[in-house]
Write a protein that binds this ligand. Structure first.
Ligand code: HEM
Ligand code: NAG
Ligand code: NAG
Ligand code: NAG
Length: 329
């Protein structure tokens, strides 16, 4: 090889190393891979093992735990504020309508207790939630991603903020794009992270408006496949507060790429799922993953989750390390 070619190569290489160095720093928002490596070397193992105890008994827990991390990150950043209980003086995020269907708080508490036994006062609830969401997805067949840690727990949790900042299942594509942009997430992140709806359930009372009174005239949402609407009407009767519908019927317990086929067939459960067909970029992604059997979905999902997990995080001396995830110290 000629000397100047070598030089050129090494220049390109050092540029790449430099570029990735800066990218890592700026992307990680002050978080760090292996933040607890010295202080709590068994952390990832404790989290994984304790979680596995629950998920191996009840696979449906993976979905609400993933959703919990999303709800945490979208309100005041990923600071564990979704885990805080209301008090006589404060209506916490948990009390907000979209949170009423969250579950799995007991799992987080059990993991936190197990972690506290080994490494007292060191590991934030926000970090635990981020690792749990990752491991939960992995345990039901989804991709793995690195979770840089070092998040600190917030001291504020407010139900009105949750209501204002969490995207509504009735939102149109413009609003959804704004909701995500407000958190530094792209249109691609929106369509990729919506793929979470390949696992889990939705309550009939959320879907009912689409089925029975979409514009207040006793009508059905025309964006819904009529055959699917008929199927859902059999399942979801007006006024039913209890029944749930699988978001990916037949495989709602496993993390696969069916979501995009479902949305492409106009069988997404919520208007916010259907809305992904109303924008050229999100529509193209839905079509592509549906035709190509999700060929890049797993990798895209891992990337977008890593990004979501870094929204407005508290680091360094900010916030606190909560002793009990449900109460501010
Ligand atoms: C794009 C905006 C989004 C809207 C409007 C939305 C809305 C909803 C709604 C209304 C439910 C049903 C809750 C119930 O009735 O019990 C739900 C379930 C769920 N969502 Fe989303 N979601 C969105 C994005 C996301 C994201 C970004 C994630 C994760 C990263 C996520 C993960 C989940 C999961 C896993 C479930 C199933 C929960 C269970 O089985 O209990 N969603 N979502
Ligand atoms: C938080 O609230 C839940 C549900 O009401 C309850 O089971 C739990 O004991 C509470 N935790 C604390 C520490 O108060
Ligand atoms: C449908 O919506 C309209 C307008 O909001 C309302 O007046 C009507 O009572 C609703 N019907 C049912 C069955 O809920
Ligand atoms: C999980 C949780 O805390 N859910 C609460 C959501 O808010 C309602 C009241 O608005 C409570 O009844 C639920 O317990």
């Amino acid at each position: 090889m000629m000397a100047n070619q070598k030089l050129l190569l090494s220049l390109v290489f050092s540029q790449l190393v430099l570029a990735s160095f800066f990218l890592d720093l700026s992307n990680a928002n002050g978080l760090q891979l292996g933040f607890y490596k010295k202080t709590c070397p068994d952390l990832e193992l404790i989290v994984h093992r304790t979680l596995f105890g629950y998920i191996s008994r009840d696979q449906t827990l993976a979905a609400p735990l993933l959703r919990m991390h999303f709800h945490d990150c979208f309100v005041r950043g990923c600071d564990g504020s979704v885990l805080i209980n209301s008090t006589t003086k404060n209506q916490a995020e948990k009390a907000a309508i979209p949170n009423q269907t969250l579950r799995g708080f007991n799992v987080i508490d059990a993991i936190k207790s197990a972690v506290e036994k080994k490494c007292p006062g060191l590991v934030s609830c926000a970090d635990i939630l981020a690792m749990v969401a990752r491991d939960a997805v992995l345990m039901v067949g989804g991709p793995y991603w690195d979770v840089p840690t070092g998040r600190r727990d917030g001291r504020v949790s407010n139900s009105l903020e949750a209501l204002a900042q969490l995207p509504s299942p009735f939102a149109d594509i413009t609003t959804l794009k704004q909701n995500f942009a407000a958190k530094g997430l792209s249109v691609k992140d929106l369509v990729v992270l919506s793929g979470s709806h390949t696992i889990g359930i939705g309550h009939c009372f959320v879907v009912a408006i689409r089925l029975y009174n979409f514009t207040g005239k006793g009508d059905t949402d025309p964006s819904l496949d009529p055959n699917y609407a008929a199927y859902l009407k059999k399942k979801c009767k007006p006024g039913d507060l209890k029944t749930v519908a699988e978001m990916d019927p037949g495989s709602f317990k496993t993390f696969d790429d069916h979501y995009y086929t479902i949305v492409a067939k106009r069988r997404g459960l919520f208007p916010s799922d259907a809305a992904l067909l109303d924008d050229s970029e999100t529509k193209a992604y839905v079509r592509l993953q549906s035709h190509m059997h999700g060929y890049s979905f797993a990798q895209d999902f891992a990337e977008s989750m890593k990004k979501m997990g870094q929204i407005e995080v508290l680091t360094g001396k900010q916030g606190e390390i909560r002793k009990n995830c449900a109460v501010v110290n």
